[in-house]
Design a protein around this ligand. Structure first.
Ligand code: TZP
Ligand code: MG
Length: 212
């Protein structure tokens, strides 16, 4: 599973462009994984969008993950699900989606990271690394910074992606601190050229890896 560059969708941040257009551009730019999030969308619209994204991502060989909703992940034949503190347990996702499903978990501490790893998570989303306007806040109400990325990376064996305020100009530092990849909403979704932004992120991830 390549998690270098990971797009989390949010149509409300994409100006006048649809999530489908943003994902097409991100695929052009070499995105490695897409997560359908769209918290505010009515369920039926989210399902229709999910089906479109499934077609696009499958054709491109890019894994598609669904945020929170195990039933939707099953309905659109997504590759997996991404769960937070308020979602169903990892074991339930495994049971419903099968052993081969990718199950991700949001954490913001090393302790929670160890627990999620024990519970069978395949990867962790760790944040918010930097300040962000795209999500309310993490449970602590403040950004966790690079030291915490380092602590989480040391605490677990499974891959981790840094999320929250990550841009092409700070992504290398997140990787340098021990993350395996970076997950973004606005750096791609709100970019003038989402394909170029995706390429810049990918290049920054490579620079970060070389710096270690
Ligand atoms: N989880 C932690 S921060 C965040 C999520 C979904 C928002 C990331 O958005 P952006 O625009 O990349 O800061
Ligand atoms: Mg969630």
């Amino acid at each position: 599973m390549n998690l270098d560059t990971y797009l989390v969708t949010a149509e409300r941040l994409s100006e006048d462009r649809s999530t489908v257009e943003i994902v097409e551009s991100a695929i052009d730019g070499g995105i490695d994984l897409v997560q359908l999030r769209e918290k505010e969308m009515p369920a039926r619209d989210r399902y229709d969008l999910g089906q479109e994204l499934r077609e696009l991502t499958r054709a491109a060989g890019v894994p598609l993950i669904v945020n929170d909703r195990i039933g939707l992940a099953a309905a659109i034949d997504a590759d997996g699900v991404h769960l937070g503190d308020e979602d169903l347990p990892i074991a339930v996702a495994r049971e419903q989606l099968g052993e081969a499903a990718i199950v991700g978990r949001s954490v913001s501490t090393a302790e929670a990271a160890r627990e999620a790893e024990r519970a069978g998570a395949d990867y962790l989303g760790v944040g918010a690394v930097y300040p962000t306007d795209s999500k309310d806040t993490n449970p602590e109400g403040t950004e966790i910074g690079l030291d915490r990325i380092e602590a989480v990376a040391e605490a677990v064996e499974i891959p981790i992606v840094g999320i929250g305020g990550v841009k092409p100009d700070n992504a290398a530092a997140v990787i340098g601190a021990g993350a395996d990849g970076v997950a973004v909403i606005s750096a791609i979704t709100a970019a003038d050229d989402p394909a170029a932004a995706t390429r810049e992120l990918g290049a920054a991830v490579e620079r970060g890896r070389e710096s270690r």
